[in-house]
Design a protein around this ligand. Structure first.
Ligand SMILES: O=P(O)(O)OC[C@H]1O[C@](O)(CO)[C@@H](O)[C@@H]1O
Length: 249
């Protein structure tokens, strides 16, 4: 794993967007794994600004989102489908048929998971996966205890995750209890991973990732076994994180 440091959230987002754009320019038909949540919002904003200014094209890009809430309609402002349209897809030239997000309204969720797996496989896997880090170590919605060999599956969200995400909803009761998420095996099969981490509240999690044991009780810990992970972290998170010198470029 290598670490790129950033001054603050904006600078982390600029560096993450520059990193993604560099890869997109090198391989315009890249298969990108995308994340939602608070962390990547400004990264997407930077991609949109770049698209407007420099016309970087997404015509041949295929995307797979990590996860989606179960029981939230696509048009609901809290669906991750809606989030992606609002923050990225409606503002760049990616063809609709190249966008993949699990369908949390599918009547047969097991079948939906299987089909999502097949779509990823048919595309030849993910080239570059963008990841955020949950305070409890979740990646995608793979909560603590999720098997490292898990593939796309239905997950019960922990109370901690529901509380962390409650800020996007009007009431705690509206926060879904379940989601579909790519599994840890899918994330680990990505050829490259870009993990973005910002803010003091993520210090404990980043510290555990860098210094702790590899254990399913902290799903992100498996990233240490991936051969090509880059972390972009800002000063606020790094202030209380012990960074082993081997991680610094
Ligand atoms: O970026 P946030 O909002 O802190 O969330 C951390 C992670 O949790 C999730 O919301 C769950 O998938 C991810 O999208 C995100 O990367």
């Amino acid at each position: 794993m290598k670490m790129i440091t950033a001054k603050d959230y904006s600078n982390m987002s600029e560096k993450a967007a520059a990193y993604l754009l560099d890869k997109i320019k090198q391989a315009p038909d890249l298969t990108l794994g995308l994340a939602t949540g608070g962390t990547p919002i400004e990264t997407y904003k930077c991609l949109v600004q770049d698209h407007k200014k420099n016309n970087t094209t997404y015509q041949h890009i295929t995307t797979f989102n990590l996860d989606e809430y179960i029981g939230v309609k696509a048009e609901d402002p809290n669906s991750y489908y809606h989030y992606m349209k609002e923050h990225l897809f409606d503002h760049v030239d990616i063809p609709k048929q190249q966008i993949n997000i699990p369908n949390g309204m599918a009547s047969d969720l097991e079948q939906e998971c299987k089909e999502y797996e097949q779509k990823i496989a048919d595309r030849g896997g993910i080239d570059l996966q963008l990841l955020g880090l949950g305070s409890n170590g979740h990646i995608g919605f793979n909560e603590p205890g999720t098997a490292f060999d898990s593939t796309t599956h239905v997950i019960e969200l922990t109370q901690a995750t529901r509380e962390a995400n409650a800020r996007f909803f009007d009431k705690m009761e509206e926060v879904p209890k379940q989601a579909i998420t790519m599994g840890i095996a899918n994330i680990m099969k990505s050829r490259e991973i870009l993990l973005i981490v910002s803010g003091e509240k993520k210090s404990k999690a980043l510290d555990r990732l860098l210094n702790g044991e590899i254990d399913p009780s902290f799903p992100a810990s498996i990233l240490k076994k991936h051969p090509n992970v880059t972390i972009i972290a800002d000063e606020a998170v790094l202030k209380h994180t012990r960074v082993p010198s081997t991680f610094l470029q």
